[in-house]
Design a protein. Structure first.
Length: 104
């Protein structure tokens, strides 16, 4: 007899909030092909909105877009999905910079 599995609810924002971020304000480790986010192709930007686990890429209902590299989890998902299209640069942050994962 199979047991019924109950869905588990996870609040990703709460889990991410315990991480420590040391942001390199002088050197962005992620750069998009254009500073004008509205000029980026809808399909490619939409990929980033859907795929980024840290929700760094956002699009409001009115179409306004935003991006902030500061909360990056350094997973490389955006690099894999959009390198060569709308992602100009993705590098690991410099020594002592970036995310420090914490548990609990």
């Amino acid at each position: 007899m199979m047991r019924e599995l109950k869905p588990i609810s996870v609040n990703v924002e709460n889990l991410i909030s315990v991480n420590k971020y040391c942001v390199d304000e002088e050197h962005k480790h992620i750069e998009l092909a254009s500073e004008d986010l509205g000029s980026l192709p809808d399909e490619e930007f939409g990929k980033l909105v859907r795929l980024c686990p840290a929700a760094l890429y956002k699009q409001q209902p009115d179409g306004t877009r935003s991006f902030d590299y500061a909360g990056c989890l350094e997973c490389g998902t955006c690099r894999i999905a959009c390198e060569g299209t709308i992602l100009r640069t993705w590098e690991n942050p410099g020594p002592g910079m970036g995310v420090t994962y914490r548990f609990g």
